[in-house]
Design a protein around this ligand. Structure first.
Ligand SMILES: [Mn+2]
Length: 243
């Protein structure tokens, strides 16, 4: 039986031992599955593929073991790990996908993205997004010595903690018109994304046709839960992974 998994918003960091353990447990649990899609914000911060400390190596090895079991592995960038590169993907045995990608599940077109690009009302964020996804800016960033990039990431992490910026009330929700637009543009009836930390299935009407927006959840250090996507013979649905 074909079985495909979707996860996002783990915000992996050595500060989150429970989430890290839950992530490693999921990867063992799904060994031999058809595919795993990681839809962004896998890491709380990623300063470049050359940052191979023990923690990152452990994550890479876990992905590699999954890929070696025959599971296809795909990554979409989030707004925190936008510097994930082909060095990382290659080491895991996976593939980086563009910012939005359509997959066919059971003959149905499903549009995959991190979801931050749907939050168009947050002008400050959209400006940061444009900058951080600019190849020239990324090159400039990556040209800094690793030590300096780690310092910058440390500052981001402190800012993030101070602003509680991983809380849903501090993440603007998607713009409904933008959801309609991307669904029409991609000719898909299902949009699956993360980012907002508001896991839910929304039934939609797109130009008179039924559609749905499925939102994955963030991984919770406090409750040991994450809402993930599962697709098998019974279709695509959200499930809670407990760890
Ligand atoms: Mn995000």
């Amino acid at each position: 039986m074909s079985r495909t998994y979707f996860i996002s918003d783990l915000h992996l960091s050595p500060d989150l031992p429970r989430v890290t353990a839950g992530f490693l447990a999921l990867l063992e649990h799904i060994r031999g599955a058809t595919a795993l899609y990681v839809l962004g914000d896998l890491f709380e911060a990623w300063v470049g593929d050359d940052h191979r400390d023990d923690y990152n190596n452990r994550v890479i090895e876990a992905f590699r073991a999954l890929a070696d079991s025959g599971t296809k592995l795909y990554f979409v960038h989030g707004n925190r790990d936008f510097l994930l590169g082909t060095g990382f993907a290659g080491a895991t045995g996976g593939t980086l996908l563009p910012d939005s990608a359509v997959v066919e599940l059971d003959g149905q077109r499903v549009l995959l993205m991190h979801g931050d690009q749907l939050c168009t009302r947050d002008e400050k964020f959209m400006a940061f997004r444009a900058q951080s996804r600019d190849p020239a800016w990324q090159q400039m960033m990556l040209a800094n010595p690793l030590e300096q990039r780690l310092m910058i990431a440390g500052m981001w992490r402190m800012q993030s903690k101070a602003n509680n910026s991983n809380k849903p009330e501090n993440i603007m929700d998607v713009t409904p018109e933008e959801v309609t637009r991307v669904l029409q543009e991609s000719d898909a009836a299902t949009l699956l994304h993360g980012h907002t930390h508001r896991p839910q299935v929304h039934e939609l009407d797109v130009a008179g046709r039924p559609a749905r927006r499925m939102v994955l959840g963030d991984w919770r250090e406090d409750s040991g839960e994450a809402v993930i996507g599962v697709a098998d013979d019974d279709g695509l649905r959200l499930e809670t992974w407990r760890f």
